[in-house]
Every structure is written in C-alpha cells, then in structure tokens.
Ligand binder design. Structure first.
Ligand SMILES: Nc1ncnc2c1ncn2[C@@H]1O[C@H](COP(=O)(O)OP(=O)(O)OP(=O)(O)O)[C@@H](O)[C@H]1O
Ligand SMILES: [Mg+2]
Length: 359
C-alpha cells in the first residue's frame, strides 16, 4: 500500500496548458474523488499518475518513490476505465488473469489470485462465461477484478460506472465502497456523479480549468465552500445565487438585502473581514434550506414544479431574472404562474463577494 504526492504537476498539449499546477498529498488508504466540469483535466491528471501521459512539469511520488518518469508497469497502480475493455474471446477467468499471465506468473498462482478476486467481487458463478454473456455491472466487476489481481498499491478509476443504468450504479457504488473497506488500498476515483463523490470519498478534490479549487472531506465542502464555484458544484440540485447589497455589518456578520426580489434585511455570518457597506455580493442558499416561516425570503413566480413523490422541486424566477430552485416535502400549493414567498434559513446561507470568493 502507498500514499501519493503530486508536486507542481503541469501538463501541456502543444502550447495549451491543461493542468496548470497541481499540488496534492494523498495518504495511504485514502479514497480521493476528483470532480469538476467536463474538460477540466480529471482524466489527464489520472493518466499522468498512471504513467499513460507524460508530465510536462513537476513531480509525482507513489509510496515516497519518485515515479514522474517511471514506466506505468513499475508504479504499483491499476486503472479501471469507463469502457471495460475486456477481451471478447476470453473467459471471465482468463480476462482477470491476463495481467498476471503477461507478468509470467505460473498458472496455479494465477488461478489462486483469480479465485480470490472472484470471491471478493461475487463473480465465482461467471468465471467460465464470455464477457458478452454478462450484464454491464458484471462486466465492470470483471474489469475491476483484472485490477485487483495485481494487488496494486493504488487504484485509479476513471468514471467506472457511467455506462451503467441507475440501479446498477447504486449497486456498484456500494460494491466499490465495500471493496475499499476490504482492501484498504489507496483509491483515486473520477466521477460526474454527486452522490458517488459524496458517499465514496474520504476527500473530494474539486478541479476547474486544470487547477484545484478546493480539497476537503465531502461535508466540509458542502458546509464550508471557499467560493461560488465549489458551492455550486457540490450539492444537488445546485445552490441558488442571488445578487444582494450589503446594508450594514459587524464582527462576523453582514446584513444584506435585495428589495427587488423581496429580500428584506437579513443577517448572515461571514468568516473573515466583514464587507464594506454598499458593496454588492451574492447570497447563496441551497434548495434544501428553504422552509416555510421566517422573515428571510425571496419572492418569485413559480415556473416549473417537479414532483418526485417524497420531494418536490419548485423552480421559480425572481424579478431580477435570478432562477430559484426550492426543495419542498409538501407537493401541494405550487400553482404555475403564481407569485409567492420562499422563506429560507439564513443561518445556512453563504455570502460571496463580487469575484465569487466566500466572505
Ligand atoms: N491528447 C490530447 N491532446 C490535446 N488536448 C488534449 C488531449 N487530451 C486531452 N486534451 C485536452 O485537455 C483538457 C482536459 O481533458 P481531460 O480529458 O483531462 O478532461 P476531463 O476533466 O477528464 O473531462 P471529462 O469530464 O469530459 O472526461 C481538455 O480541454 C482536452 O480537450
Ligand atoms: Mg475524463
């Protein structure tokens, strides 16, 4: 097993710098999830760790060893991709044992390791089948099995579940969590899925345009985002952002208002220096932090109502054109086109300055 460290890691493709300097330490046994918008460099970073992509600048260590220019096979890593890339003509057992065969291990040893991986992944009944005779989830388990047999120090997963349907994703997500508990290996996992990131990660790394925006435990990022980007990216549906003006302030708080959208003076906590009176900022309120009652509210016109059964998402537009998403446990009383108050808990609201930094 091994920890990992990235120091000033950069990647250029031609003249374009797609990773602009990443510093990150990952402890032995951690489960780290990379999230970020499409094209921000998640796969590139993972591929550099794997040695499938050269490093333009900086240093990568695995288990305290400099592997910046090491051969992929010598890094003690195994990578699982979105496409399973199984050999169609080989049985499940042969697919899983293939890396060991390439490494020249004797057959009895290969068989033992494949049997052990098959047990962990509940693949024992399928060992003789061909990949086409498996479901998507079973195929993905074979791909993971092929990684497990090598007993890597570090597992790298690049959106391994995105080809699966919703139900299978949930199952496989639980399997991967169980796998991590069992193997206790270091895992780095790329995903677009909020729930996967929140539930699997010991720490989430939020990337934007080739750099790290924030690193933290899932709930830390949810409760204490450093900026609007992270606040908007972590949490689903995403946080609402409404422009406001600072009308007064004191130690550790600011009073903001936005009369045009029905927001009368409301006091919100700020972490650092309170903002100057008269400046513009942005108030962030998560959809789940609306509740009836209280003075803090926006006035908006109901435009779309999504009733999911247990939860209802009400989409409303404010007179300043801000869009509001409000979560409600009560599906009734949201008539389209009506204007109404949406009260929220100001203790759960965040204030950001004009540049998007959290105040
Ligand atoms: N071989 C390449 N040559 C040139 N540019 C590349 C190459 N590979 C990736 N890029 C660019 O690098 C950037 C990062 O790509 P990357 O695949 O790492 O994104 P990603 O975060 O994994 O996105 P997604 O969520 O869509 O998978 C993108 O702008 C992409 O176009
Ligand atoms: Mg990618």
């Amino acid at each position: 097993m091994a920890g990992l460290s990235l120091q000033g890691v950069k990647k250029r493709f031609g003249h374009t710098e797609v990773i602009t300097g990443v510093d990150l330490s990952i402890a032995d046994g951690e489960f780290v999830v990379f999230v970020g918008p499409s094209g921000c460099g998640k796969s590139t970073l993972l591929r550099m760790i794997a040695g499938l992509e050269t490093v333009s600048d900086g240093r990568i260590e695995i288990g305290g060893r400099d592997v910046t220019n090491a051969d992929p096979a010598k890094r003690g890593i195994a990578m699982v991709f979105q496409t399973y890339a199984l050999y169609p003509h080989m049985s499940v057992a042969a697919n899983m044992g293939f890396p060991l065969e390439m490494a020249g291990l004797p057959q009895p040893e290969i068989d033992a390791k494949v049997a052990e991986a098959a047990k962990i992944l509940h693949l024992e009944p399928f060992l003789k089948r061909k990949p086409r005779e498996l479901s998507g989830g079973q195929r993905q388990r074979v791909a993971i099995g092929r990684a497990i047999v090598r007993k890597p120090d570090v597992f790298l997963f690049d959106e391994p579940l995105s080809n699966l349907d919703a139900e299978l994703r949930v199952q496989m997500r639980i399997e991967i969590a169980r796998l991590h508990q069992q193997l206790k290996s270091t895992m780095i996992y790329v995903t677009h899925d909020q729930v996967e990131a929140m539930t699997l990660a010991s720490r989430i790394v939020v990337l934007k345009a080739g750099r790290i925006e924030q690193v933290g435990a899932p709930l830390d990022l949810y409760e204490n985002p450093d900026n609007m980007f992270v606040a908007g990216f972590i949490g689903s549906p995403r946080m609402n952002f409404v422009p406001v003006t600072v009308v007064s302030q004191g130690d550790g708080f600011a009073v903001v208002a936005a009369a045009e959208v029905g927001l009368r003076e409301v006091s919100v906590a700020v972490r650092g220096e309170p903002p100057v009176v008269g400046t513009r900022g942005v108030l962030g309120v998560r959809p789940e932090h609306f509740a009836s009652g209280g003075d803090a509210c926006f006035e908006g016109t109901v435009s779309v109502v999504e009733r999911l059964g247990g939860l209802t998402y009400v989409h409303a537009s404010l007179s300043d054109k801000s869009a509001l998403t409000v979560e409600s446990r009560d599906p009734r009383g949201f008539d389209l086109g009506t204007t109404r108050r949406f009260a929220f808990d100001p203790r759960r609201a965040f204030l950001f300055d004009g540049t998007g930094q959290r105040l």
